[in-house]
Design a protein around this ligand. Structure first.
Ligand SMILES: Nc1ncnc2c1ncn2[C@@H]1O[C@H](COP(=O)(O)OP(=O)(O)O)[C@@H](O)[C@H]1O
Ligand SMILES: [Mg+2]
Length: 401
C-alpha cells in the first residue's frame, strides 16, 4: 500500500511529507521509504498559527479559519507530492497541533493508573481532512491521537510502536528533538515513552524575539554564549521534568512567555542575548540526558532524530552526556523525516485495523492507555466513487420501528 503522510510538528517550521510503500505478513511489517521532503508553509498562514498559540488569546472564528486553511495547505502539499511521486492508496494527515490538554497531577507523585505524569484529556490538531481528501482524491486518515487518549493514554508521543519494532535488539533510547523532545526506551523490558519537555520551542521563541530569526542557525548563537547557572537551576525546578513516564506536554505549557514567567517568579533575571540561548539549549540537553539516565539507566545507544539534530551546540551537549549517540539516518530513517514516516506507518496500521502503540505489559500500552486501539479517523475519498454494480442512493423509505 502506497501511503503519503503529511505532518507538522510543534515548531510549525514546515509541512513534512513522506511517501512509503508498506505491507505486512506473518506479523512483520515492511516499510519501503520512497521519498520525503518538507514544504514551506504559506508565510502569512504560519504567522497566524503562531499568533494563535498560547499565551495569546484566540477565538473560535480564527480556529475555524485556521482549520480550513491548514487543511487546504496540507491538501496542496498532498496534491503536489502525488504529482511529483505518483499515485497513492492512502493519505495520512497528522495536522497541526494547536493544543494538547493535560491535567497535571498536583503532587507530582505516582498518581493513579500510571498517570503520574498528568492525565491527558484531549488534543487538537487542525487541518480539516475533507480539504485534503478533496485535493488528493484519496481517503484520509487523520486525528491520530484522540483514540489513544480515549483509551486512557497520553496521545503523545505516538512513536512507541515504531521504535519498539525497529530498535529493540538492545537497550536503546529513541530521541526526537522537535519543538518538544520525546523519548522511547526499548530493548530493556517494558517499552516506555514520554515527552521530556522543551526541545527547540523555548530556544526558537527566544531567538525569534531577540533576533527575528526563526531558530538559532546550527546553534551558533548559543555556542557563542555562556550558560547562566542561576537561570538554568530555576528553569530545571519545573516539576514536569521529575514526573514519571508516560507523560506528554506541549507549547501551551512551554509557551512564548514561559521563560520570563518562571524566572521572574524565582527572582532571577532573564539572561541577555546569547547567554539566554546558551541557557535554553542547556536546559534541553539536561532534561533529555537526565530523563534517559533516570528512566533508562542501561541505555547503550541513543538514536536521535528531528530538527534538533542540526543544532551543533545542542548535539555537542548531548554527546558529552549520552554515550552511544547516533542519528536515525545511520539506521535507515532520515532524521528530518522520521516523524513523517512514523505517520505513514500508523496510517497503514489503522487502515489494516491494527493498533498503533507499543504493548507495555498486560493490556497496557506504552502511552499509558489501558487497551490497544486503532488510531485515527477516516475521511472517505472525495469525490466518493460509486463501486461498480451499485446504484447511487436516490430515495429514502422511512419506517416506524
Ligand atoms: N540548521 C538548523 N540549525 C539549528 N536548528 C535547526 C536547524 N534546522 C532546524 N532546526 C531546528 O529544528 C526545528 C524543526 O524541527 P522539527 O523536527 O521539524 O520540529 P517539529 O516536529 O516541532 O516541527 C526548528 O524549529 C529549529 O529549532
Ligand atoms: Mg517540523
Amino acid at each position: 500500500m502506497r501511503v503519503l503522510a503529511l505532518s507538522s510538528g510543534t515548531s510549525v517550521d514546515a509541512i513534512d511529507v513522506a511517501l512509503a510503500d508498506l505491507d505486512d505478513a506473518g506479523g512483520v511489517v515492511r516499510m519501503r521509504t520512497l521519498a520525503h521532503t518538507e514544504r514551506g508553509w504559506p508565510p502569512p498562514l504560519r504567522a497566524r498559527i503562531l499568533a494563535a498559540l498560547p499565551p495569546a488569546a484566540t477565538d473560535l472564528g480564527e480556529v475555524c479559519r485556521l482549520d480550513t486553511e491548514i487543511g487546504q495547505a496540507f491538501g496542496d502539499v498532498g496534491a503536489w507530492a502525488i504529482g511529483a511521486w505518483g499515485a497513492v492508496d492512502l493519505v495520512v494527515s497528522h495536522g497541526q497541533t494547536v493544543h494538547h490538554w493535560v491535567e497535571p497531577v498536583p503532587d507530582g507523585g505516582a498518581g493513579v493508573d500510571g498517570a503520574g505524569g498528568g492525565r491527558a484529556r484531549g488534543t487538537l490538531q487542525l487541518g480539516a481532512a475533507a480539504w485534503i481528501a478533496a485535493r488528493t482524491a484519496r481517503p484520509v486518515i487523520h486525528d491520530l491521537r484522540t483514540a489513544d487518549i480515549a483509551a486512557g493514554g497520553q496521545g503523545a508521543p505516538l512513536v512507541s510502536l515504531l521504535d519498539a519494532l525497529w530498535l529493540a535488539d538492545r537497550p536503546t533510547a529513541a530521541l526526537n528533538i522537535g519543538g518538544i523532545a520525546n523519548i522511547t526506551l526499548v530493548g530493556d523490558g517494558v517499552v516506555r515513552t514520554g515527552d521530556t519537555g522543551p526541545g527547540n520551542c523555548l530556544l526558537d521563541a527566544a531567538v525569534s524575539t531577540h533576533t527575528g530569526r526563526a531558530f538559532d542557525p546550527d546553534g551558533a548563537l548559543a555556542g557563542a554564549g555562556r550558560v547562566d547557572q542561576g537561570a538554568l537551576a530555576a528553569l530545571l525546578a519545573d516539576p514536569y521534568y521529575a514526573r514519571p513516564l508516560p507523560k506528554s506536554t506541549g507549547r501551551e505549557t512551554f509557551d512564548g512567555g514561559y521563560v520570563s514567567v518562571v524566572l521572574s517568579a524565582a527572582g532571577v533575571a532573564v539572561p541577555s542575548g546569547n547567554d539566554l540561548f546558551a541557557t535554553l539549549t542547556e536546559l534541553t540537553v539536561r532534561t533529555i540526558a537526565e530523563a534517559i539516565g533516570r528512566d533508562g539507566p542501561r541505555t547503550e545507544r541513543v538514536v536521535v532524530s528531528g530538527g534538533g539534530v542540526r543544532n551543533a551546540t545542542l548535539m555537542a551537549g548531548l554527546r558529552s552526556r549520552l554515550p552511544g549517540l547516533v542519528t536515525s539516518d545511520t539506521l535507515g530513517l532520515a532524521a528530518e523525516a522520521k516523524e513523517a514516516y512514523l505517520f505513514a506507518l500508523l496510517g497503514y496500521l489503522s487502515a489494516r485495523g491494527l493498533p498503533g502503540t507499543a504493548p507495555a505489559g498486560g493490556r497496557r500500552r506504552a502511552t499509558g492507555a489501558s487497551s490497544a486501539v486503532v488510531l485515527g479517523s477516516l475521511t472517505p475519498p472525495a469525490p466518493a466513487p460509486c463501486p461498480p454494480g451499485r446504484v447511487p442512493v436516490h430515495r429514502l423509505v422511512l419506517e416506524e420501528g
